[in-house]
Ligand binder design. Structure first.
Ligand SMILES: C[S@@+](CC[C@H](N)C(=O)[O-])C[C@H]1O[C@@H](n2cnc3c(N)ncnc32)[C@H](O)[C@@H]1O
Ligand code: SF4
Length: 457
């Protein structure tokens, strides 16, 4: 039996701060797949074959931003109106075609996520067209349909067009409410404006308004973070995500760091270390829960039951996700895939597929353009691994979902987590402590490492 500290964490008087050195990655995963080539015939076959999945989602990517924020490396293309309108026209055509295929029609979709980039930067009319294209797919009653983006430029006209065309959840990146921290991060709008707009939008009787906050931004002291948490509660938002700043190669913070600089505010070059970030997480988690916000996952809380976070929770369960748009990722019939990221490559793929010149029999069949840049074979462990990903992310691993043999195999790891203050263990399952919830991605990564080094025979 091999147990390493990257699996178990270390013994320390303060596991919240010290169980692991640093967050290992944004997400945990292990690969059981190999790259495959998708030819026209296989692509066609996918869209003509009904799904085997019982839960499914659509992911639609809108890769445009007006500004490159310091912390982010999701920026892909500047938001030029003609470029966006050309993209949206093509994207809506693709969605309309895809919606009519046997694959799309074979089972309703539980949730739809329009992410980016900044989808809220498209026009009100484009939001309406996109919403209508989405409604062409079979959706379950009360399906969750999310539009991601930010508050700047998201006026009443856009909100109303979105609501009238099926969107019922709005996820806004706030990151920090602090005006100086925001300025340093390259964000628009000051605190008062953000709060006023959120309070207005949250008045809607049914739409779910969700905000993202990041802890660990340059210049964001503990004091400012405490004000951020208070502002989130004052904003009227129905859900909040708390994300630890991840050092992403190539973003502006990272590039400044390489030159020994911190992109702080005029008043502060403070950059929280891993221990301070742990305390920031703990402060946010405790404050929400003391104020009756309900925890839905290790990083997401809600103040109102209209907020369900269906996409985020199902995506961690390895469900089918049909991906659309340049750079969109998902999986079809168990094959995970990522669409071509470059805009011209993505547009070119539409033209090439429309011709299907090599085989007339394929041209007659309905399918969206073939745009995958990378496709992986089905991972036989996807559902097994999802039990751990989803369980540890939610804070509770229920042993009823696992074979007794698997629980027995993992017991040394679970006991080490308990000893290190990351979880409590009983016959029914494993419950993560606050420290465990902060380190849950390291625990997921550690668990997959445990399986690799100690395979179940
Ligand atoms: C794809 S981004 C879209 C955000 C939206 N366009 C905006 O401007 O707020 C989704 C979320 O990822 C999070 N994010 C981006 N970069 C991050 C980083 N380096 N570390 C942690 N979270 C990050 C942010 O909270 C952001 O709201
Ligand atoms: S935070 Fe949003 S607007 Fe800023 S670069 Fe990332 S995706 Fe674009």
């Amino acid at each position: 039996m091999i147990l390493t500290s990257t699996m178990t964490g270390i013994d320390s008087p303060d596991p919240l701060q010290h169980a692991f050195k640093v967050k290992s990655a944004p997400h945990a995963a292990r690969s059981g797949s190999r790259p495959v080539t998708v030819d026209d015939a296989l692509w066609q076959q996918w869209w003509q074959t009904p799904t085997q999945a019982d839960k499914r989602a659509l992911y639609i990517h809108i890769p445009f931003c007006r500004k490159r924020c310091s912390f982010c490396n999701f920026f892909e293309n500047g938001a030029k109106p003609e470029r966006i309108s050309h993209y949206m026209t093509t994207l809506c055509q693709q969605l309309t075609t895809a919606a009519q295929t046997p694959l799309a029609q074979s089972q309703p979709f539980d949730t739809v996520y329009v992410g980016g980039g900044t989808p809220t930067d498209i026009t009100a009319d484009e939001i309406a067209q996109l919403g209508q294209a989405i409604q062409g797919f079979p959706l379950v009653a009360n399906a969750e349909v999310t539009l991601e983006g930010r508050l700047n430029g998201f006026d009443d006209d856009k909100f109303n067009h979105a609501l009238d065309n099926g969107f019922n959840r709005f996820s806004f990146g706030v990151q920090s409410f602090d005006t100086e921290v925001r300025k340093a991060a390259g964000r628009f709008d000051d605190k008062d404006r953000l709060l006023a707009r959120l309070q207005q939008l949250s008045q809607h009787p049914t739409a779910s308004i969700v905000i993202d906050l990041i802890f660990g931004l340059p210049g964001q002291t503990m004091d400012i973070w405490q004000q951020d948490i208070q502002a989130a509660m004052d904003s009227g938002a129905h859900g909040v995500d708390l994300y630890q700043l991840i050092a992403l190669a190539g973003n502006r913070i990272d590039k400044a760091g390489e030159k020994g600089k911190i992109l702080g505010t005029d008043n502060s070059d403070f950059q929280a270390d891993s221990q301070t970030r742990a305390n920031m997480y703990a402060y946010g988690a405790k404050t929400f829960e003391e104020n009756q916000w309900q925890r839905l996952s290790s990083c997401h809380w809600r103040s109102d039951e209209r907020e369900r976070s269906i996409y985020n929770s199902l995506a961690k369960s390895g469900i089918e996700i049909l991906p659309f748009g340049a750079g969109g990722g998902g999986n079809i019939h168990g094959y995970s895939m990522m669409n071509a990221r470059g805009l011209s490559e993505w547009h070119q793929a539409q033209v090439t597929t429309e011709s299907y010149s090599s085989d007339a029999s394929l041209a007659a069949k309905l399918a969206p353009a073939k745009v995958p840049a990378m496709t992986l074979s089905p991972n036989p462990l996807v559902h097994f691994d999802a039990i751990f990903k989803r369980g540890l992310d939610s804070g509770v691993l229920d042993f009823n979902n696992l074979a007794p043999k698997v629980v027995a195999h993992l017991k040394p790891l679970f006991e080490a987590w308990q000893q290190h203050g990351l979880a409590t263990l009983d016959d029914n399952g494993l419950s993560l402590t606050l420290a465990g919830r902060f380190w849950n991605v390291n625990m997921q990564t550690g668990l997959f490492e445990f399986f690799d080094k100690n395979p179940i025979v």
